[in-house]
Design a protein around this ligand. Structure first.
Ligand code: B16
Ligand code: MG
Length: 215
């Protein structure tokens, strides 16, 4: 029986990917590295440092010292934080607040598990920080998705067995992580990319909580 729903943030609750893109593009521009929206797809769901590695690999193999890499990541993050500071409730994907309210009404716990170290600030800006029974962000785990650590930590903080949890994810690596955690999953996006999830819907707000009974 499903007793907890654990949501990813970027691509599931809100489109922070476009702010990540703007900030990474600005950094790429300064470094003279070509960077397109298509390249940005490879950064979704991936940690900040891994994202930077991917971006730098698109350049002309210039090497950077560890301290230069740290400084580049910090610079990108400053720009990203400027964007998220200006976010508000209107940017939450349609139907998400209704879905969360419906789940709570059914007595289901609601958690957030995001690879983003900025997740607490994003949900604060959106005005939904109090909606979650637990929030696990990228700063609380050692291993990034597809490792199951982030979802297992969320389940243990909720005090719910992983078999009674369902994860909502837009990234293939996130579905892999849910499976590795022994959890059910709902893919948000295309079945082509997320066919390994138990259920796939195009948008988070399209999910019908009645479907939980079938999982
Ligand atoms: P930060 P999610 C992920 O969030 C994003 O999809 C990914 O593009 C980003 O690099 C990562 O968070 C780290 O973000 O730099 O803010 O720590 O999809 O796991 O909610
Ligand atoms: Mg995501």
């Amino acid at each position: 029986m499903i007793r907890a729903c654990i949501f990813d943030l970027d691509g599931v609750i809100v489109d922070t990917a476009r702010y990540h893109f703007l900030a990474w593009s600005r950094l790429a521009g300064e470094l003279g590295i070509p960077f397109t929206e298509r390249d940005n797809e490879r950064l979704k769901g991936v940690s900040r440092m891994r994202s930077l590695e991917i971006l730098l690999s698109l350049g002309k193999n210039k090497t950077y010292s560890d301290s230069e890499i740290e400084a580049l990541a910090a610079r990108k993050n400053e720009w990203f934080v400027e964007y998220i500071d200006r976010m508000d409730r209107s940017e939450i994907f349609p139907g998400v607040e209704k879905l969360i309210a419906d789940l709570k009404h059914r007595g289901i716990l609601v958690g957030l598990a995001s690879s983003s170290k900025n997740a607490p600030q994003v949900i604060q800006s959106l005005g939904i920080a109090d909606e979650f029974d637990v929030v696990v962000d990228g700063g609380m785990v050692k291993h990034a998705k597809p490792d199951p650590e982030i979802f297992l930590l969320a389940a243990s903080l909720l005090k719910i067995s992983s078999h009674d949890c369902v994860v909502f994810e837009d990234a293939a690596a996130g579905i892999d992580a849910a499976i590795a955690a022994g959890m059910k999953s709902v893919g948000i996006g295309s079945s082509e990319l997320l066919g390994h999830a138990n259920i796939v819907v195009s948008r988070t707000g399209d999910f019908d909580p009645e479907e939980l009974k079938k999982l």
